[in-house]
Design a protein around this ligand. Structure first.
Ligand code: GDP
Length: 297
């Protein structure tokens, strides 16, 4: 289960104050020391942890929380609010185009779950927003990727636009969007190529697709199990593509929480959705507040 270790550690840190009627500054300090360790162990970015601890401390001491009637609850509330803030505060809305079709580019490293997530998103938008999706297979480097998208399309009963592996991905994206317009499909999801590592050629290609496709959303798919690597990947993709949001996959695994708690702070871009399994319905909107409450138990 995701964040189990972090959750246990934070709850135990809160335990140092929660039984007490009165809290001293020393109690608060001890608690925050444990919170800091819990976050670092969960692989949260070092700078993010530092800022988090400072903010919670300032709020707890500044508002005379320790003198209040229920200091322990107040402190827990502050931690909850700041965890929520760390993950973006408000839930970040999905951008639809005022003029159909809405175009979404899925980007990310190979294996992160990009193709699966393209299918999940299509299904989600069909079910909840009554969209008529068209999927575009723009990963021409791996024939298996096109097959995988086509299988997904058949399973979901959505058309998949493909021009095989010999065509230029930019041209595939352009023609795919034209096809969507002709066929009245109001949601286009472009599955782009991924690599094992970020490389210049891939980034240049994605930039070219972006220019032609003019997407409302560029969603970076990252594997939450990879922790700080996911955060670094997000930073690089964001610098090159100015992504609109992140999809955090594999939250059903033994994830420590580092990616979820650092990405927004480090990149300034929100987590919009999460994946919690291999099945197409294992997909949810990301709500920072709910996640914070879940972590704090
Ligand atoms: P891509 O290379 O980025 O397109 O990745 P794929 O979509 O092919 O996914 C790689 C593997 O991760 C596949 O085995 C997927 O079933 C799996 N996967 C994707 N999302 C999730 C998720 O949220 N949870 C789990 N457990 N597996 C996932």
């Amino acid at each position: 289960m995701a964040f189990e270790g972090l959750s246990d550690r934070l709850q135990s840190a809160m335990g140092t104050v929660s039984g007490k009627g009165k809290i001293t500054e020393a109690d608060l300090k001890q608690m925050m020391r444990e919170v800091r360790l819990a976050l670092l162990e969960a692989d949260v970015n070092f700078k993010v942890v530092k800022k988090f601890v400072k903010t919670v401390n300032e709020r707890a001491l500044g508002a005379n929380v320790l003198e209040s009637l229920s200091p322990a609850q107040q402190v827990v509330k502050i931690v909850n609010e700041e965890l929520t803030e760390l993950m973006g505060g408000e839930q970040a809305p999905f951008n639809f185009s005022p003029k159909p079709p809405t175009v979404v580019m899925m980007v990310g490293l190979q294996g992160a779950g990009k193709t699966t997530t393209a299918g999940k998103l299509a299904k989600f938008m069909h079910k909840n927003e009554h969209k008529r999706p068209l999927l575009i297979a723009a990963d021409v480097y791996r024939p298996a990727a096109i097959d995988q998208l086509q299988t997904l399309g058949e399973q979901l009963n959505y058309p998949v636009f493909s021009m095989g592996t010999d065509a230029d991905p930019v041209e595939i994206a352009r023609q795919g969007i034209e096809r969507a317009k002709i066929d009245g499909r109001d949601l286009v999801i472009i599955d782009t190529a991924g690599r094992l590592h970020v490389d210049d050629q891939l980034m240049a290609e994605l930039q070219n697709i972006k220019e032609v496709a003019n997407p409302q959303e560029i969603l970076l798919v990252v594997d939450s199990m990879t922790g700080q690597d996911a955060v670094n990947v997000a930073e690089t993709f964001n610098e090159r593509l100015d992504i609109s949001g992140v999809v955090l996959t594999k939250l059903d695994g033994d994830t420590r929480g580092g990616a979820a708690l650092s990405i927004r702070s480090v990149t300034g871009k929100p987590i919009k959705f999460t994946g919690q399994g291999e099945k197409l319905e294992d997909f949810e909107i990301f709500y920072p507040e709910r996640m914070a409450s879940r972590i704090l138990g």
